[in-house]
Design a protein around this ligand. Structure first.
Ligand code: SIN
Length: 292
């Protein structure tokens, strides 16, 4: 395989791999290391059946089944459909997934290692692809934090709540999201996460606190918590941490869900179809050992 770094804050393209084939151990190790190093990996020009796509994701850890997910590929509850397309006037996928800066699964006690998306349909206008996915590098964001902030937050946790992002999306004009049922809320109660955590592949510290789900810093007066969260969210917005992936059909994009935050850009219209398959890989393995 050939790994080409983007030369930017994140991102690399991996050529010469057919993800429809089982991944040998040596390639698996290289991909894992590249994920730690580059954060966002693109495997272009793939042609995958749903089962092959799911198998690729499963190689890295157990796949999540989303509690609020009515949109998945038939027979594959773990393969979610992200799409603005409709059939007989009814949506066939979650249309607004990820439209706001967040880290998937930070609201869950068991966090996710990675997200993997497979682009089936990419909207385009005037020859330019739309619906980029944007990222920010949380290894670098942690490293740059002033010592005083690192000291104040060392050993602290923040509460992350699934409902925060869901309700934010629901409040947008035209949202088709239903209110979470009591049962769905009960399945995803708020959880506490360390604000600084050791990345399981790189062994380095990352800033693990995203505006999509983090609601407050635990055990701190409300005003101080709000001030520090605002500081962290602003800090991580800096341009030097930014990377955007412009999609092409056939791309499989895998990103580190511990060392990055991401945002799906909604710059396309309802009649400009976008169709992605997604799996979320839970951090269920000993990645330090596997990458060694
Ligand atoms: C996500 O947040 O997982 C979706 C990203 C995208 O659709 O670009």
């Amino acid at each position: 395989m050939d790994i080409h770094s983007s030369g930017k804050a994140l991102g690399a393209s991996i050529e010469g791999m057919d993800l429809a084939q089982p991944i040998p151990d040596s390639d698996f190790k290289q991909i894992l290391r590249a994920l730690g190093e580059h954060g966002v990996l693109c495997f272009p020009k793939q042609r995958l059946e749903t089962e092959q796509f799911a198998r690729f994701g499963r190689r890295f850890g157990e796949l999540e089944i989303n509690v609020a997910n009515q949109f998945h590929e038939p027979g594959f509850p773990e393969v979610m459909v992200l799409s603005n397309m409709t059939e007989n006037g009814k949506p066939i996928g979650l249309g607004d997934a990820g439209q706001g800066w967040h880290t998937d699964m930070s609201y869950s006690k068991e966090i996710a290692l990675a997200n993997v998306l497979y682009a089936i349909k990419v909207p385009a206008r005037d020859g330019r692809p739309l619906g980029d996915t944007q990222f920010r590098n949380m290894h670098a964001a942690y490293e740059d934090l002033p010592d005083e902030i690192k000291r104040r937050l060392e050993g602290r946790t923040a509460t992350h709540d699934f409902a925060k992002f869901w309700d934010m999306m629901r409040a947008r004009p035209g949202s088709r999201r239903a209110a979470l049922t009591a049962e769905q809320r009960a399945k995803k109660p708020p959880v506490s996460q360390p604000i600084f955590r050791t990345h399981p592949i790189t062994g380095r510290t990352v800033l693990y606190c995203n505006p999509g789900y983090a609601t407050r810093i635990d055990g701190m007066p409300e005003a101080e918590s709000a001030e520090l969260l605002e500081y962290l969210f602003k800090h991580q917005q800096q341009r030097k941490y930014f990377y955007a992936h412009a999609w092409a059909e056939g791309d499989v994009l895998m990103w580190d869900n511990i060392g990055t935050v991401h945002n799906a850009v909604a710059d396309y219209l309802p009649d400009e179809p976008r169709y992605m398959r997604r799996v979320q890989v839970m951090a269920t393995k000993d990645y330090a050992r596997l990458a060694a």
